[in-house]
Design a protein around this ligand. Structure first.
Ligand SMILES: *[C@@H]1O[C@H](CO)[C@@H](O)[C@H](O)[C@H]1NC(C)=O
Ligand SMILES: *[C@@H]1O[C@H](CO)[C@@H](O)[C@H](O)[C@H]1NC(C)=O
Ligand SMILES: *[C@@H]1O[C@H](CO)[C@@H](O)[C@H](O)[C@H]1NC(C)=O
Ligand SMILES: *[C@@H]1O[C@H](CO)[C@@H](O)[C@H](O)[C@H]1NC(C)=O
Ligand SMILES: *[C@@H]1O[C@H](CO)[C@@H](O)[C@H](O)[C@H]1NC(C)=O
Length: 541
């Protein structure tokens, strides 16, 4: 091969190029020579002789029409060999080296006749760092014998003609780094990319480029965690502030947050205030699911001054509420949950349409039968509590008993867990309630000594002057008046100073149920008795 190449160049020199390289040096350029020089007359014959010696020359088998192009390629070859600083262009042209030559590299690339007859002695081609633009110059690949090709640091764009590299079986070093190719389609390019290693394609655009990779890495390493943190924050926010926005199965049972209750009561607005007392405020509210609730906000700012004390009170409060949410009885107001935050302690219960018993008594002057029904409901609620939750105490003042309008069932609404509330105290309370229902007096407002004074007052009038203290708006017929009288007797028994004389809750329940049943039986005679009363009643009152 080397011999053949040498032969070829000796031939070049002796023929056309002799005039190029020697006589025209310095002043003339490759472009001028291409325009002016003509092949000598015996050029054709000389090529034929050459091909006999070495048939692998690319011009072997040329047609007469090609002679001009072959001749021109010899002119370009002689210039290019010299520009490439080959040591001895007279004997050999092993490499094309135009790196860092942006002024002439594009010119040589444009001589496609040269590349078509690319001298077989060339081993390596280096066209790096020339700012070459446009598509990859595929003509270069016509030099199929090359071992090394460097197009790094250019501005090549578009698709790389990967198939055209197949004939270059001896190509072992390829450098296309730092270009702007389109990303190679993986299906065609897998084997091609595997043939060379990734350092051949640094920042070339061909590989899924490091920039995208970096971007993806940044996304994965930064954006994803940020996203996760955001989601967790959102979730945490929801959990701690608005758990009612969580899916139902994630919502904590019975636990309400300050934000939820603020939202439910329009920001604890005055227009939703229903009850105001020294210890608490009751607001009407609507939860996010549309459910109407009573929100009882506890007031105890004094306690909140001492942090330690506060946590104590809060945990007691929560323990209490945990018991209350388990109470289930038609005569106990259903407790749905609680809120025990730094800002607010509140109990959330069902909403009932209706007045309290005190207002009902004084406003609508209910008949005896209804009063008995209320009493029975309350005692039933008490029995349930006594049997199942003996530790739960309650308030039986008429002002804190609610009435459900729909079925006229009384509801015990205020509870206190864990107080040493003895059975006898409960009996005393029901006694007072019973007397209140019969007399329609308000023990706490009408009597100086409160309940005790009220009881004394009733006792003083019993049994002689009962007509004077029984609520006469009931207009009781004779037979029911007896019931009311024995009711007063029962009430006085319950409030007896000697505990031993007080009946048990169950006993009271029995008696009241019996009285209620009897009252039902009596209603059938009611018409009769009422007529009787009307006849002779005028004189009585
Ligand atoms: C050949 O190269 C030498 C130096 O490498 C230079 O002086 C000379 O002018 C070149 N000849 C041509 C024809 O370019
Ligand atoms: C590219 O060529 C310029 C001169 O044209 C030179 O300053 C620069 O260092 C070269 N870069 C590389 C990577 O060879
Ligand atoms: C590769 O090199 C071998 C040995 O030098 C040679 O025979 C073969 O023709 C070359 N392949 C090409 C495509 O030029
Ligand atoms: C790529 O080839 C070069 C030598 O051409 C070598 O130094 C380098 O380790 C190779 N890299 C890989 C990833 O194979
Ligand atoms: C290609 O060229 C770049 C920059 O000149 C160089 O970092 C890289 O190692 C080269 N790759 C090969 C395979 O020679």
């Amino acid at each position: 091969m080397a011999a053949a190449a040498a032969e070829y160049f000796i031939f070049l020199l002796s023929l056309a190029a002799s005039s190029v390289l020697i006589s025209t040096s310095h002043s003339r350029t490759v472009v001028e020579d291409l325009a002016t020089l003509k092949p000598p007359p015996d050029f054709d014959a000389m090529l034929r002789t050459n091909c006999v010696h070495n048939p692998s020359h690319r011009y072997c088998g040329f047609s007469p029409a090609d002679i001009d192009a072959v001749f021109k390629s010899t002119i370009v070859a002689s210039y290019l060999c010299n520009e490439s600083r080959n040591p001895n262009c007279v004997e050999s042209f092993p490499r094309i080296d135009l790196r860092n030559r942006p002024k002439i590299a594009p010119l040589y690339l444009s001589f496609n006749f040269f590349w078509k007859y690319c001298p077989i002695s060339i081993n390596s081609i280096d066209l790096s760092n020339n700012s070459i633009t446009g598509r990859f110059p595929a003509d270069v690949l016509l030099c199929t014998q090359i071992k090394s090709l460097d197009f790094s640091h250019n501005r090549l764009t578009g698709d790389l003609p990967i198939k055209s590299f197949d004939p270059l079986t001896n190509l072992s070093s390829l450098n296309l780094s730092y270009n702007f190719f389109s990303e190679a389609k993986i299906s065609d390019s897998q084997s091609f990319l595997r043939r060379f290693n990734s350092s051949s394609f640094i920042d070339s655009g061909l590989l899924p480029c490091p920039r995208t990779f970096t971007l993806k890495a940044v996304l994965l390493l930064v954006a994803f965690p940020v996203f996760v943190i955001l989601v967790i924050c959102c979730f945490g926010w929801l959990c701690f502030r608005r758990p009612d926005y969580l899916p139902r199965f994630l919502q904590p049972q019975h636990r309400f947050t300050t934000s939820m209750l603020r939202a439910a009561t329009d920001g604890v607005s005055r227009k939703n205030l229903v009850v105001k007392s020294e210890e608490f405020r009751i607001f009407r509210g609507r939860l996010r699911d549309g459910c109407e609730v009573r929100v009882e906000i506890r007031l105890n700012d004094i306690d909140l001054h001492h942090h330690h004390h506060h946590t104590n009170i809060t945990s007691e409060f929560v323990e209490e509420c945990k018991v209350l949410v388990q109470l289930r009885h038609k005569n106990l107001l259903g407790v749905m949950g609680w809120c025990a935050s730094r800002e607010m302690r509140a109990v959330v219960t069902e909403w009932t349409e209706g007045d309290d018993v005190e207002m009902w008594l004084s406003g609508s002057c209910p008949p005896w039968k209804q009063r008995l029904k209320i009493l029975m409901g309350v005692v039933e609620g008490m029995c349930y509590l006594q049997e199942n939750w003996p530790e739960v105490g309650y308030d039986l003042r008429t002002g804190s008993l609610l009435l459900r309008y729909i079925n006229l069932e009384p509801l015990i609404t205020r509870f206190k867990v864990g107080e040493d509330d003895f059975n006898s105290k409960k009996v005393y309370k029901i006694g007072v309630l019973l007397l209140e229902l019969i007399t329609n007096r308000r023990p706490r407002e009408d009597f100086k000594r409160g309940e005790a004074g009220f009881v004394e007052f009733v006792r003083a009038n019993y049994p002689e002057n009962l007509g004077g203290i029984i609520d006469d708006r009931m207009m009781l017929p004779e037979n029911m008046l007896d019931q009311a009288k024995s009711g007063v007797g029962l009430g006085l028994m319950c409030t007896d100073l000697s505990m031993s004389k007080r009946p048990s809750v169950h006993h009271i329940h029995d008696m009241i149920r019996r009285a209620y049943k009897a009252c039902f039986a009596l209603t059938s005679q009611n018409c009769e008795t009422r007529i009787n009363r009307r006849d002779g009643g005028k004189g009585q009152r």
